[in-house]
Design a protein around this ligand. Structure first.
Ligand SMILES: *Cc1c(COP(=O)(O)O)cnc(C)c1O
Length: 370
């Protein structure tokens, strides 16, 4: 029996007819960049997030860069974020010309340590903070937006792992000055290639991002400022339009799988992901367990045909391209400690009940033997 960590091919198999038809329509349309499909997807995605604007772009990293630039972040501005994230988060800040300052995570939620973030905001008065709803766990946006507002700091949300996560009854991606999404194939809403989107409630930010994604044009062939080329294409937009209506059901499946893991894996010596407060909804992009014997558990599961992942074996501030160059608020002890201890178990709508049973049985067997 094989249980993969994620399975984008299964997404295709589940929606094959609709996807084939959508792709065929685009190919036959004679129009491949910034057309009807992208426009419709942008409206549908904005409505799903609960904002006025979504702008389709080339990928999640570009979405972050464009969100930052669209909000007016410029060269030498400081931007606060975490080191326990995809390197893309920090890379995008530097691509926007800004200087990242990295803070620690909270050991329970594995997202930004709000107390340290507040101290860092007070001391450094950064232009913006990029909050990452990592693994689908929503950051406390009430506390975060309140502290940011007090200091005039802008908020950009990295929602690459949090499609459909909620805080206080609202979808993430609707709280900040702008937000960035990725539609990379393994994300909770993923196409069959690269793709991303910026969401915002601000007309002004939306207009700026639209211009920046295409050479800084407001009027065709006339660049008002230095832009880039980062466009969602018609094929990916048509594919995402087929998959978007299934996002909520897929997330319900993720929550059901998480609930079974929660129930069956408790009391076996693993630290399980914390449930968010009742007014929030975890998107469970990943189900991440914590143990000091992480590598042993991964090896045991591999032998049983179960895919696992260590998503961030090296925090950004310790990677060769960043070490000694990127600024950190302190030694980031929680970030450094957790790098040795976190393991992602299989998660996603591709899992059958039998798959989940197999994962649970093998983890329990390992825990009994360990
Ligand atoms: C995937 C991811 C990104 C980057 O998205 P791409 O589409 O791969 O550029 C950014 N931030 C986080 C947290 C991610 O998981």
């Amino acid at each position: 029996m094989r249980v993969p960590l994620t399975d984008p091919g299964a997404t295709y198999a589940r929606h094959r007819e609709e996807l084939d038809a959508a792709v065929r329509d685009v190919l036959g349309s004679g129009w491949y960049i910034l057309g009807e499909q992208v426009g419709s997807f942008e409206r549908e995605f904005a409505s799903a997030v609960g904002v006025g604007h979504a702008i389709g772009v080339g990928n999640g990293t570009d979405a972050l860069e464009l969100a930052l630039r669209g909000c007016g972040v410029v060269r030498r501005d400081e931007v606060l974020t975490v080191s326990h994230t995809a390197v893309a988060t920090v890379a995008a800040i530097e691509r926007a010309g800004a200087t990242p300052v990295l803070v620690d995570i909270d050991e329970d939620t594995m997202t930004i340590d709000l107390r340290q973030a507040e101290r860092a905001i007070e001391r450094r008065q950064p232009r913006a903070v990029v909050v990452v709803h990592l693994y689908g766990h929503p950051v406390d946006m009430t506390a975060l937006t309140r502290m940011a507002a007090r200091h005039g700091t802008m908020v950009i949300e990295d929602c690459a792992q949090a499609h459909g996560a909620e805080w206080d009854g609202r979808r993430v991606g609707s709280f900040g000055n702008a937000a960035a999404f990725s539609f990379y194939p393994t994300k909770s809403l993923g196409g069959f290639g690269d793709g991303g989107a910026v969401t915002t409630t601000s007309d002004e930010v939306a207009e700026r991002v639209r211009s920046l994604r295409q050479y800084g044009w407001r009027e065709r062939y006339v660049s008002d400022e230095i832009g880039m080329n980062s466009r969602l294409d018609e094929l990916q937009a048509a594919i995402l339009r087929v998959l978007l209506p299934h996002l909520d059901a897929d997330n319900r499946t993720r929550r059901e799988v998480a609930a079974r893991y929660d129930q069956e894996l408790a009391g076996h010596g693993l630290v399980l992901p914390p449930s968010p407060p009742p007014h929030a909804a975890h998107a469970y992009h990943q189900y991440v367990v914590r143990t000091s014997q992480r590598d042993e558990l991964a090896a045991t599961l591999r032998e049983a045909g179960i895919g696992t992942a260590v998503l961030y074996p090296v925090p950004v501030h310790l990677q060769p391209a960043y070490q000694g160059r990127v600024e950190t608020y302190d030694d980031l002890p929680a970030t450094v400690r957790l790098r040795e201890e976190l393991l992602c178990l299989p998660m996603g709508p591709h899992l059958t009940d039998a798959d989940v049973d197999h994962v649970i049985a093998e983890v329990q067997r390992w825990a009994g033997a360990a």
